[in-house]
Design a protein around this ligand. Structure first.
Ligand code: NDP
Length: 249
């Protein structure tokens, strides 16, 4: 495939992400706190997470093994794999969702989205990237790795805190307090957006950009819906708290 054809594919994929963003204004993905009946066959929430995130991990491993990426691309692949190792194998084991279910339609659509994103990013890093040792000295690398690290830290710390809100055997939801939760309802989503913004800056290509657009398309509506859900469920919910970006939205 030529780079021009590849970039056209990424452009089409960005267009699909924008369409998904519009669709998610009207439909709430029914998993986690938004779980509801009527979406067909369901599987365990924890298995759902493993199955839907697995393609992102396996496909990137495939490209890593079957190509000879330069050091810079190898680092990007490594960052991707660290994130998806956690999301596929660690996060689902830790969540205390106590028998909650997820519609297979959600798992299936996430497999599709994850498989294409991992394929585009893995393919670019394996066959098109022309990074060399000087790439580590560019502003893209410095800004990108700093943002990726800050975002990863915020995402991990927030997910850990949220998972820890429920003691073993507890089922319900509590108002998160302290740290970034004083400013926004969803610091985990905020962190993940910063993380993939950093990745896109470091990777500097259309595949990474398309993945960032998909992340925004998924997480902006989800954070807004989480926030609205909190304000409807808890009358005492802090009124100054925003959904996703401190002081803004
Ligand atoms: P949530 O933020 O809703 O929840 C994370 C975990 O904490 C869940 O197990 C949830 O339980 C529990 N929890 C959350 N809030 C509370 C509370 N107030 N009281 C008690 N327990 C709570 O998870 P999401 O599904 O929205 O996201 C999970 C992770 O996946 C995030 O890191 C997010 O960034 C990432 N993600 C990434 C996407 C992408 O496109 N890149 C798309 C979607 C998510 P329960 O499941 O029972 O609600």
């Amino acid at each position: 495939m030529t780079i021009n054809k590849f970039n056209t594919l990424c452009g089409i994929w960005i267009f699909v992400a924008i369409a998904a963003y519009v669709l998610l204004q009207f439909v709430t993905a029914p998993y986690g706190r938004h779980t509801k009946k009527g979406w067909g066959i369901e599987i365990s929430n924890q298995w759902g997470w493993v199955i839907m995130e697995l393609p992102s991990f396996l496909i990137m491993i495939y490209f890593c093994i079957n190509s000879e990426p330069n050091k810079y691309s190898f680092l990007l692949m490594g960052l991707w794999l660290i994130h998806y190792f956690n999301r596929t194998f660690i996060f689902p084991l830790r969540i205390r969702t106590n028998g909650k279910k997820m519609p297979i339609a959600i798992t299936g659509s996430a497999i599709f989205f994850n498989a294409i994103n991992a394929s585009l990013n893995g393919y670019y890093l394996s066959y098109f990237s022309s990074f060399d040792s000087s790439s580590f000295e560019t502003i893209y690398f410095v800004v990108g790795i700093v943002l990726f690290s800050i975002g990863f830290f915020i995402n991990q710390k927030s997910d850990n805190y949220l998972i820890g809100l429920r003691k073993p055997g507890e089922y319900g939801y509590k108002i998160p307090r302290g740290w970034l939760f004083e400013y926004i309802s969803c610091p985990n989503h905020f962190g993940e957006i910063i993380q993939w913004t950093g990745f896109a800056i470091m990777a500097y290509n259309y595949a990474a950009l398309s993945f960032l657009v998909w992340t925004l398309a998924n997480l902006i509506p989800r954070a807004l819906k989480h926030h609205r859900w909190y304000t409807e469920k808890f009358p005492e919910y802090p009124s100054k708290r925003k959904a996703l970006i401190p002081w803004l939205i």
